[in-house]
Design a protein around this ligand. Sequence first.
Ligand code: AMP
Length: 335
Amino acid sequence: MFIEILNKIKEYNRIIIHRHIRPDGDCMGSQMGLKYLLKNSFPEKEVYAVGDELPEYLKELGEVDIISDEYYKDALVIVVDTANESRICDGRWQTGKYIIKIDHHDDSPEFGDLWYVDETSPACSSIIVRMIKAWGNEVKMCEKAGYALYFGIVTDTGRFRYRGLTSEVLNNAGYLLDLGVDVDTLYNKLYIDDVATLKLQGYVLNNFKTTPNGVAYIYFSKKIIEKFGVTKDEAANLVNSISTIKGYPVWCAFIEQGLPKPENLAKGELDPSKEIRVRLRSRGVTINGVASRYRGGGHLQACGATIYSKKEMKLLLEELDLLVKQYKEEHPDAL
Ligand code: AMP
């Protein structure tokens, strides 16, 4: 499969790499790592990485390329780290001449002309490294690609902590370290926070709520986000502030999106001004089924969803609470 992908890359002069909406470290690491690798290996080719605005902490990985629609008609499109077509950032991916998907999500349906999905890999960036290793001397790795891919692996494995970590992933990270990745700089980018975010973290620790059987959650209203002077992404990134509470193996954050109300909303259409992003996480409990019932999905223990009312939030929490109850009955020693 990797050789087929390489043959397609060789065949095309223009390659456009897409990723998912609401970018995270792994989709950016995969996208930019692949871009830098291909640029370094095939300098005569045009290689672009497209997508929407990046949160501050991802900007150092690279710029988003602005390209015209025309570019797609004879381009190879590679979509990384994205399970569903609806989550691919920039709908023009469909207009590419040939489409390849590379992903690691659970419930990742086939799309495009060629796909490689390994749902057991804890990071898509690690799959990209696997592919680069398989390509051997056909490609030329560089430090910039190494940094982006290491960033992806580190963030999606929770700094090499989560279940799903394998010796292959550690070996892939080691391979990148050998290219000279500056881990000091990288970890500073991930760990140094500004005052407003830390103050909001204090708020989270003082104000998170719980359900009877063991779900911890925090609700970020638009008002709170504004009061603390942070972005929605900065608030959302605090989800893991409540990840280590004994007896609460599921935790989540609700983030009001504060989008404008459209002038003409068709009957039955969801009102974007009511949109609430949900980030769900767990230790051991499989939660992506619940997420999929609330317009979401993702991994077994890390997923996202979108709801439109406090009523939906209540229902979602009830479903999660029931899951935790069952999980604790089956795993009496669970922390
Ligand atoms: P997040 O909480 O946004 O970091 O999402 C955790 C994981 O679930 C990531 O791998 C996302 O790509 C995936 N995910 C988030 N939201 C959705 C969604 N609405 N549908 C499918 N997958 C999602």
